[in-house]
Design a protein around this ligand. Structure first.
Ligand code: C5P
Length: 401
């Protein structure tokens, strides 16, 4: 429950993307938040307050003069216990109003009257020309200067039939952004390079050798590093996972490709986290054509060569980033984990407790550094990833490598 205990005010302005706000409400509630919906008059032409009320389980407010709130102070009361105010969809007109600080309806008044510490996030949604209009761009720049977080928009097909920038972000992406807004920015301005997933070593054009890594832990770390404010590059073997919001992902198949991409991106990185389950060996006599199985023919004879060790190579660079490795041992984790840390020449090694973590959503970890062993009890991989990012950020700060 990433948003447990959080109270979110969700404002809707006029836009066809209003239907996505219904889905967003459900997603926020599923993540543990309570959601108070406020709609402009224009928003009610696209989706009804009845729908939003049923989904949020709370009275929806649309009118500045609503007498249901004591003393007619809806514009004050509604944000006083809130943890975030998000406007989705946010129209060009509402962006203009916000930029000028105008208060001519309940939602705009609520924004201006919100406590200075209450984060305001907006998800613009409009036609491409409206988005590109000089006045809109000027207004958005002003909002960024004012500390408003602008989420998206995205490019793609638009309801009006045109194509381009202006689509509101999808609800799940907005959910990620809201969760990210609550994470401490402990890696702000840092660059983090992460490997994740399995590798795939071809035998012929359709067959290969791989392993059971799902990539979940590496992707969770990429997301957590991004949430913490880092600029994240994720070098990923084949996985079925979606790229975390705001992360630059580079896809590879083989260990050699992963090695080449990491080495060409490592310069200027502050942290390197090697989570990928890299194949130790590759097939050197892989066939260019599909191997045929015919009666009586000889069985294929595969020859192997050792793959380069990406982590050890990075850890030996003169200008190396802070290096973190992972270990999935099937026995004697403590003994093997410490030995692996020394062998790889890295300051921090993370051991998966139990090698059956592959593909699961939770995990249990032990961290080995020069002096300490820290145990992270079983928890969701995303939560462990956030804890690990905190540990890494503290080591960067204190330069205890
Ligand atoms: O040597 P071993 O595979 O047990 O070490 C695991 C750690 O080393 C992981 O962090 C993994 O991502 C990294 N590794 C690597 N390149 C390899 C093999 C492992 O970066 N060729």
């Amino acid at each position: 429950m990433d948003l447990a205990g959080k109270h979110i005010v969700l404002g809707l302005t006029g836009g066809i993307a209003g239907y996505k706000a219904a889905e967003l409400t459900r997603a926020l509630i599923k993540a543990g938040a309570t959601v108070q919906v406020v709609m402009t008059d224009a928003a009610t032409h696209f989706i009804t307050p009845v729908t939003m009320q049923a989904l949020s389980g709370k009275t929806v407010y649309t009118d500045q003069w609503d007498a249901r709130i004591a003393n007619n102070m809806a514009h004050i009361d509604l944000t006083r216990h809130a943890d975030a105010l998000i406007i989705a969809p946010c129209s060009a007109d509402f962006i203009a109003k916000l930029a000028q600080g105008r208060c001519d309806d309940l939602l705009s008044t609520l924004c201006v009257a919100r406590p200075a510490t209450l984060p305001l996030l907006i998800a613009p949604a409009m036609n491409i020309e409206m988005w590109q209009n000089a006045a809109t761009q000027r207004n958005v720049q002003q909002l960024v200067l004012d500390g408003v977080q602008v989420l998206g928009p995205d490019a793609g097909d638009q309801a009006c039939g045109e194509t381009g920038m202006g689509r509101m972000l999808e609800p799940m992406q907005l959910l990620d952004d809201v969760i990210a807004a609550f994470q401490p920015k402990v890696l702000l301005g840092k660059r983090v390079l992460i490997t994740a997933g399995p590798t795939f070593e071809p035998i012929d054009p359709v067959r290969g050798i791989t392993n059971l890594s799902s990539g979940k832990m590496g992707y969770a770390l990429a997301r957590a590093a991004r949430e913490a404010g880092a600029d994240v590059t994720l070098v990923s073997g084949p996985t079925a996972l979606a790229t975390p919001t705001g992360v630059q992902r580079i896809n590879v198949h083989t260990a050699q490709q992963m090695f080449d991409i990491v080495l060409s991106h490592v310069s200027g990185q502050d942290v390197f986290i090697a989570v990928a389950a890299v194949a130790d060996w590759r097939v050197v006599n892989a066939s260019e054509q599909k191997l045929k199985k015919s009666a009586g023919s000889a069985l294929p004879q595969l020859e192997f060569a050792l793959n380069p060790d990406i982590l050890a190579t990075v850890a030996a660079l003169p200008d190396k980033p802070y290096c973190v490795g992972f270990a999935a041992e099937s026995e004697q984790l403590l003994k093997h984990g410490k030995a692996k840390r020394d062998r790889k020449g890295i300051p921090l090694l993370v051991g998966n407790i139990g090698h059956t973590t592959f593909g699961k959503d939770d995990n249990e970890l032990v961290l080995f550094d020069a002096n300490t062993e820290i145990h992270f009890p079983r928890a969701a991989k995303q939560q462990l990833a956030r804890q690990l990012i905190t540990e890494i950020s503290e080591r960067l700060l204190t330069h205890i490598y």
